[in-house]
Design a protein around this ligand. Sequence first.
Ligand code: HEM
Length: 136
Amino acid sequence: MLWLKAFHIFFVVSWFAGLFYLPRIFVNHAMAEEQAVRDRLKLMERKLYKFVTPIGALAVITGLWLWFAYDFTGGWLHVKTTLVAGLVVYHFYCGHLLKVFAEDRNTRSHVWFRFFNEVPVLVLLAVLILVEVQPF
Ligand code: HEM
């Protein structure tokens, strides 16, 4: 089980690298005025999303594997999984925003993206408290 947990944490950390960085690129993209800069950011967004999507899937798969193979129980795991489901929705919404930027159709301000960028930070904190403290 410890090998599986080690890989689970590895995929989680790698997924979060993308969940933190992609919205940060959106902040810069929303501020970019030159087309050349926008085109460069589109390429970065596309490559990062393509790279981090399978890693996110592996974070969830190894988590579910831990849950069902080792019979973990507790309300903490249900709340954690619900929060992770929210993260998956956030991830795919980033995929939608990526398409909006690719077609130069973004209307949201960089300030909106700065708040949007903080969502995974709050979820990470909540999930870590749940999995380490297991309060219920
Ligand atoms: C559906 C998705 C997920 C499920 C079902 C799941 C389930 C689990 C389970 C059963 C454990 C073992 C807990 C223990 O040893 O006490 C675990 C460990 C862990 N999970 Fe997840 N997990 C999921 C996604 C995530 C995500 C997205 C994060 C980060 C935000 C995360 C962070 C962790 C951490 C840090 C540990 C190690 C805890 C420790 O060793 O003390 N997991 N996960």
